[in-house]
Design a protein around this ligand. Structure first.
Ligand SMILES: [Zn+2]
Length: 313
């Protein structure tokens, strides 16, 4: 009886995962890699509605993570990067229609400089009646290439301008291009953000790192159903942790849940391979020279997944 009860409860506890999605442009065919058609987005919203998903705000997710509350498997969060005008014109009406909250991450210099494709402060303020506002840097730089001082200056400048225009400093940060490193993280953390968000595909569970939350891009065809199946694979990455100085990874080392006996691992440019896991330890010699300036690493066990981003400085 006890065993049966345990079996019933354990999966609920272990595998409740919220999903964060990132969108950029809406009905803007000039940029297919970052565009989402509102026709497809509507179908995805319908899927969420029919299958009892709840679209929540980042604030609600933050509260749950902070208080150690259980994450609901049906929670979905939408984030929109870069504050493109096409969100205001084509995306926002759909979010309003479904009454779905969102967080809009502002590329401050584009708004200040009145860049053609970007929203004005007025449009951002109007959007904030329906969602939250986050910070996406001042100049949208490749942060990994900047010095500590330059990273700090970019954030200080952008946050001051946002406070002057909106009356408050945003509590969430999304890395430009989703690029970061342990050093970049330390610099951004100094500003006291509640949540810091990457752009590695994945999910968020109760133990997710509030300063390294995974988001999945939602572009192209309607495949939200598949993306919602991804669960977190609790992983402590031991090696690599950052871009290796010689550009080469000699061993792949990580700690994984005891029950995982084998994983598939992925390195950008090399595809998927399989490795054995012994007593929760992955330790595999790979001697791989990294091909991409921005390299993604994934570990996968079934539909559970963990990811890492390595960026060449
Ligand atoms: Zn961006």
């Amino acid at each position: 009886m006890r065993k049966l009860l345990l079996l019933t409860l354990v999966p609920l506890y272990l595998w409740a995962d919220a999903h964060l999605f990132v969108l950029h442009r809406f009905d803007d065919a000039r940029h297919p890699s970052t565009d989402t058609s509102t026709q497809i987005l509507r179908a995805e919203f319908e899927y969420l509605k029919k299958n009892d998903y709840t679209v929540i705000s980042l604030q609600k997710l933050h509260q749950a993570l902070k208080n150690g509350e259980e994450i609901n498997d049906k929670w979905v969060v939408f984030t929109i990067d870069d504050s493109f005008k096409s969100f205001y014109e084509n995306g926002l009406p759909l979010f309003k229609e479904y009454d779905y909250p969102f967080t809009l991450f502002i590329y401050v210099e584009a708004t200040v400089g009145h860049y053609g494709d970007y929203m004005s402060w007025e449009q951002i303020k109007e959007s904030s009646n329906y969602g939250e506002i986050g910070f996406h840097s001042y100049s949208h730089p490749h942060l990994v290439s900047l010095s500590d001082e330059e990273i700090t200056k970019d954030s200080q400048k952008g946050l001051k301008i946002m406070e002057d225009n909106l009356g408050y400093k945003p509590k969430y940060y999304a890395y430009p291009y989703g690029e970061y490193s342990p050093r970049v993280r330390t610099q951004i953390e100094a500003f006291g953000f509640d949540l810091i968000i990457n752009q590695n595909a994945g999910a968020v569970d109760q133990n997710s790192d509030m300063h390294d939350l995974d988001r999945t891009a939602l572009t192209g065809a309607n495949n939200i159903k598949v993306k919602l199946r991804t669960k977190t694979l609790p992983t402590t990455w031991i090696n690599p942790k950052d871009w290796p100085k010689n550009g080469k990874i000699s061993t792949l080392k990580a700690t994984l849940p005891q029950e995982v006996k084998r994983v598939e691992y992925y390195i950008s440019g090399y595809g998927w391979k399989v490795a054995a896991v012994k007593s929760g330890h992955l330790d595999v010699k790979i001697d791989t020279k990294l091909k991409m300036r921005r390299t993604r690493l994934f570990l996968k066990s079934g539909n559970r997944q963990s990811s890492l981003m390595l960026v060449k400085p």
